[in-house]
Every structure is written in C-alpha cells, then in structure tokens.
Ligand binder design. Sequence first.
Ligand SMILES: *[C@@H]1O[C@H](CO)[C@@H](O)[C@H](O)[C@H]1NC(C)=O
Ligand SMILES: *[C@@H]1O[C@H](CO)[C@@H](O)[C@H](O)[C@H]1NC(C)=O
Ligand SMILES: *[C@@H]1O[C@H](CO)[C@@H](O)[C@H](O)[C@H]1NC(C)=O
Ligand SMILES: CC(=O)N[C@H]1CO[C@H](CO)[C@@H](O)[C@@H]1O
Length: 455
Amino acid sequence: MPVYSVSHVENVRICVIMVGLPARGKSLIAQKIVRYLLWLSIKSKCFNVGSYRRLLTLREDTTFDFFDPENEAGLKVRQEAVNQAVKDMMKWFAEENGVVGILDATNSTRNRRSQLLKLCRENLIEPIFLELWCDDKDLILQNIADVKTTSPDYVDLDSEYATNDFLGRIKQYEKYYETMDLAADADLTFIKLVNVTSQIIVNRIESYLELRIVYYVMNLHIKPRSIWLSRHGESQYNLTGQIGGDLDLSERGWRYAKKLPELVLKSLGEEHKHTNLTVWTSTLKRTQQTASFLPYQKKLEWKALDELDAGECDGMTYEEIETEFPDDFKARDDNKYEYRYRGGESYRDIVIRLEPIIMELERQENILIITHQAVLRCLYAYFMNVPQEESPWMLIPLHTLIKLEPRAYLTLVLRIKADIPAVSTYKEKGTSQLGEGSVNEGSVKSRDLISNSAT
Ligand SMILES: *[C@@H]1O[C@H](CO)[C@@H](O)[C@H](O)[C@H]1NC(C)=O
Ligand SMILES: *[C@@H]1O[C@H](CO)[C@@H](O)[C@H](O)[C@H]1NC(C)=O
Ligand SMILES: *[C@@H]1O[C@H](CO)[C@@H](O)[C@H](O)[C@H]1NC(C)=O
Ligand SMILES: CC(=O)N[C@H]1CO[C@H](CO)[C@@H](O)[C@@H]1O
C-alpha cells in the first residue's frame, strides 16, 4: 500500500551518503531524492559539503590545486567542511526529527566512509551509500558543462577555464578514490549506479524506505529533456462555475486546443522544432479534446491524471457548496491539502495516486501533460519543490503552457500564454467567488537550490 503515514516512518532514520568523483551528478541526484521525499511528506534534507566549503574559503583559493590531497591547507578546510555538514545533519536528526538526511560529499576513501558509518550507527541512523560511478567521457563532459553554467564556484568565469579547472579538480580526487566494491564492502548497505543506470548494483537494502529510495533512483536518467504542462482548455462548466464533471470544451477552449501546437513549437525554438513529444492526458474529454490537434503520434491516457474527485460536490458551484455544506467549505479552506471531499479526494490523495506518474516521468524524455488544475498543482509542486501549505493555492491559469527544464542546480520555467481569454477558475481562501484577486505568481516560492526563473 503506497501510503506514507507518519507512523509508517516513525523511528526510521536514514542517512544517504553520496559517493563519487566530481561531475558525476551527485548533487543533482541528492536534490532529486530530497524533493521526491518531501513531496511524499517525508522529512528530508540535503547537506552539501561544497556549500560549507564555500563558506570557509574565498573562491580565488579554490582552483584545482586546492583539491590536491598533498595540499595541507586545502585538506584541512575540506575536512572542516565535512565535519560541519555532518554535525549539522546530526543536529537536524536529533532536534528536528529528520527522517532522511543526505550527505552530499565526495567521501572518496573507504577509511572516510567507515568513520561516517560508525557515527551513524552510534546515533541509530541507518547509513546507505549511494555511489555514482561513471567512465563515460561524454557524460562527464556534459555534467561539467551543466555544473559550470550553474555552480556557484564558477559564476562569471570563462567557460574554457572553468572546464579545465574542473577536470583538474577531478584528477586530484582520482588520486585516492576507492569505489564501492561487492567484496570489500559486502557488509554495507549501498547502491552503485554505473554510467547512470546502465548497470545498478544493490547490496543489503533493509528497510522499506531504503527500498523506495532505491526504486526511485533506478528510474532516474540525466539526459537533457523538458516537461510541458497545460490545463485543458476552458470547458462548458465555466458558464456556470460548476466543478468536476466530464464536459466538452467551450468555444474558447477549442480555440486554445487549436493554438496549442503553435505554442509548443514556440517553446521548442527553431533548433528543436522536430523534437517528438509524447502526450499524456487524463481519461476526461476536456483533456483529450485539448490534445486533439497536436501532431504527435504517441498519446497516452492516464486515469491517475483525472481531476480531483469532488465526490458529493461534483457538479456543484462553490456557492452551492458553501450553502449546502458550510462546515466542509470552511474545513477545506482551513486545510486544503488534507481536506477530503465527501466521497471524494484530497490533495494528499492525488499525490499518492500520482506517484507512478512521477516514476514514469522520470524514466521518460520529452513529455507534454494535459491535465487538470489540482493534478497540475501537485505535479508542479514536485518539480518546483513547492511546500504543501502553498501548493493547493498556486495560480495555474487556463490557456497557458508551462515548460519545465530540469537542470543540475535548478529548474527553468517558461510560461507561454495563449492570449485566448478564459474565465478564472481560481478560488481564493475564504470566499466562494472565483477570480484571481490579489494572489499572483510571486506567491509561488521555490525552495532551496531549486529556483524558479520565470520568464
Ligand atoms: C560506461 O560507458 C562508456 C562509454 O559508453 C563505456 O566505454 C564503458 O565501458 C561503460 N562502463 C561500464 C562499466 O558499463
Ligand atoms: C465562459 O464564461 C464566460 C463568463 O463567465 C463567458 O463570457 C464565456 O462565453 C464562457 N465561454 C464559453 C463559451 O463557455
Ligand atoms: C517523430 O515521430 C514520427 C512518427 O513516429 C517520425 O516519422 C519522425 O521521424 C519522428 N521525428 C523525430 C525527429 O524523431
Ligand atoms: C570531500 C571529502 O569528503 N573528502 C574527504 C574524503 O575522505 C578523505 C580521507 O579521509 C579526506 O581526506 C577527504 O577530505
């Protein structure tokens, strides 16, 4: 049963220790795991040793020589950075009831790893090593390109300089790197991903939560790709402000459907205009009609993408709900994420049914998803790390195409408006009236390292 109740993970504490040379995508994967677990309401946090190091040194001092194992000053600073990160992580486990902490460091030697192992065991934390091993030169160069354009270490630096410096840094680590090994590390819990996921070695996975993490990383790939999200075009129910149902598009909704292929092309740009997208819709007519003019062969319907089930309130307007079920109306406003419609669903229920969609999305490349407001909010929250208190209130207007481009340290967001009017289906807290009022896109905050650069 894929339900993550708090009691289920009670008393389980896991430390994921990243292992791997620089430019293997460790930070990217560490952040993705955190984002995924937070989305499932499992308290997680990433402790990135690189950011601790940056606080301890000036950038001028961190050219690749700094990473030479013979460079004592450099070694001291790096050791200090690891110590501080570990200390903060232990404090977070103890004082904030953290469940999954990720230590994002190189931890290149067996000796270093055994120290961490000891510390975890002393604190009753399950350690799991996650190694990213790769000897595919193209992949490494691609990672370097990504890091260099987005890492704080290389802001404003010349591109060729940055690449060479980074290659130099990797060489320094290679001097003492020891990979995870089935013989030497037989007793440890670890996952080793070779060339991303061409080969996966899994050793001694014990708890259910560890297994979830393993399953998630097994689905990941790091090929560049984009994900497009759109709500269906305006539907007939807008005339009346009713929710739910399975009605046809309105005339303006059809206009949006006809315009959608052009919006997608615009978002692809001239260079990529021949890119093949796969289109996913829900099983409801309004999403399939919205997809009907798209020139792509591959279209899939997912029941899991259907709109939040409003149960007994299906087909009612918000005003009717307020009159007929005043307590429910208020309860939903008070905690929209948890509120479950009579005989229907809550936002949390949607997140649970979307989990297979997220897994499949991670495995796929370019996907365009046409779905419904509540479902789209949950998907967007996953990619943009939007907290639960905010996600059910996010403004995702009709007739707007959203393109998400996941990168190493952030997700780029492009919103393209179709310029076809539509009614607002946004309901603010405390009213049954529809309309966007004072809420704007600025209220959608992105957290941590995953930032939102809307254009
Ligand atoms: C990883 O990929 C590279 C390049 O494709 C290949 O030469 C190498 O054999 C692969 N390594 C393993 C262990 O699969
Ligand atoms: C949608 O609703 C607006 C006003 O609420 C109305 O002007 C418009 O005609 C409707 N569109 C259709 C045809 O459904
Ligand atoms: C996209 O898919 C179509 C049909 O499946 C195919 O004819 C076309 O060559 C593909 N285009 C690219 C760029 O792969
Ligand atoms: C960044 C990092 O964790 N590096 C450490 C890995 O382990 C070796 C050996 O203990 C240390 O010298 C590094 O500083």
